[in-house]
Design a protein around this ligand. Structure first.
Ligand SMILES: NC(=O)c1ccc[n+]([C@@H]2O[C@H](COP(=O)([O-])OP(=O)(O)OC[C@H]3O[C@@H](n4cnc5c(N)ncnc54)[C@H](OP(=O)(O)O)[C@@H]3O)[C@@H](O)[C@H]2O)c1
Length: 328
């Protein structure tokens, strides 16, 4: 099979497309014929050797996929060959076939096409576990979302809206804010041209937001923390702009908390919540509440360009790689 291969830590331009042996599913694993693999910012971080996990060389990046079950390893009970599935992967999605653990594999909703399914698991489930279980967002509260037209950002906007919150979307361009509005944001802030804290205070009558979903960090973090009101919860989701430091006094004075949320570890620590998140998300999808946005569908040979779109801040919603396609 063809696969995008990483043989050394570095830039994504070092990735190569190669013919390799198809992987074999071990106990509790599935071999999936890949139809679509969603690109995540973390793919670039993994190839650079800076992700939470560092696979052994050679490996294929790709943290999620959708396709058809080709083969089941021993002990697999929920799926059979021929089933349409989507999965969170350790890595390996940028290939014609990928290995998934059954515990992080889910049936694709009947009406969901493969490109949406390949882009669904990481962003929707990550945003959901952060907002529902760590942020404990309640209907009527205000959710501030940074990077609101990006992968996890846009799904956070939709999820906040689905949970009955008022959503303030923050991003760097008018076009991105337009996308966030189309996906349910009630109000927007352009943090390239406006002062984030001032604008959030204005939009909340000086009360501040209840929850902030932050996949950006860096220089925006401080302003985002100041935008939180009494009892505000800061969700630490990602650090595309750099890892911020938290001044403890700024938490104390307003009873704020800062909460880390990592999808990667839910399967080990809270598998029940992982399942409940997927059930709620699939229910919302079936009801038409969630509208996954896939803006680019690129063939496997253009995987590097696909990852570059995210690194260059040119992506909206999700970019997917479709191994069987000539691109679009
Ligand atoms: N904790 C978890 O479970 C979890 C799960 C998934 C992803 N993540 C993390 O969340 C972050 C975002 O991932 P993603 O896949 O959603 O990425 P993405 O689609 O590329 O979105 C990132 C957004 O961040 C903003 N941004 C600000 N500074 C940036 C910079 N220097 N470079 C690139 N983007 C920048 C961009 O919006 P503007 O241009 O509007 O600022 C962009 O839309 C990553 O750090 C990723 O590892 C965490």
């Amino acid at each position: 099979m063809r696969a995008v291969i990483c043989r050394a830590w570095g830039d994504v331009e070092g990735l190569t497309l190669e013919d390799v042996e198809a992987p074999e599913p071990g106990p509790g694993q599935l071999l999936i014929d890949v139809k679509a693999t969603g690109i995540n910012y973390a793919d670039a971080i993994m190839v650079a050797g800076k992700y939470q996990t560092r696979p052994e060389f050679p490996f294929s990046p790709g943290l999620e996929t959708a396709g058809v079950v080709a083969q089941c390893g021993s002990g697999v009970t929920r799926f059979s060959p021929g089933d349409r599935v989507m999965a969170i992967l350790k890595y390996g999605g940028l290939a014609e076939q990928a290995i998934a653990d059954e515990v992080e594999t889910f049936a694709i909703p009947r009406r969901m096409p493969f490109d949406e399914a390949g882009a669904f698991p990481v962003v929707y489930i990550s945003s959901h576990v952060a907002i529902r279980w760590e942020g404990r967002l309640e209907a009527g509260e205000t959710l501030l979302v940074l990077g609101a037209a990006g992968g996890v950002g846009l799904t956070a906007v939709e999820i906040g809206r689905a949970m009955g919150a008022r959503v303030i979307a923050a991003a760097s361009t008018a076009e991105k804010l337009g996308v966030a509005r189309e996906h349910g944001a009630d109000a927007v802030v352009n943090y390239a041209t406006e002062k984030l804290t001032d604008r959030v205070m204005e939009l909340t009558d000086g009360q501040g937001a209840d929850v902030c979903f932050d996949p950006v960090g860096g220089e925006l973090f401080d302003a985002a923390l100041s935008s939180l009101g009494w009892g505000g919860r800061m969700l630490l989701v990602g650090f595309v702009g750099g890892v911020p430091q938290i001044p403890a006094n700024r938490l104390l004075v307003k009873n704020r908390s800062a909460l880390g949320s990592s999808l990667r570890y839910y399967r080990w620590h809270q598998p029940d919540k992982l399942r409940r998140s997927v059930d709620e998300l699939v229910g919302w999808y079936d009801a038409g509440t969630l509208r996954p946005l896939v803006t680019h569908r690129l063939p496997l040979e253009e995987s590097v360009a696909a990852i570059r779109l995210l690194m260059d801040r040119k992506a909206f919603g999700k970019v997917v790689v479709v191994p069987g396609a000539g691109g679009a």
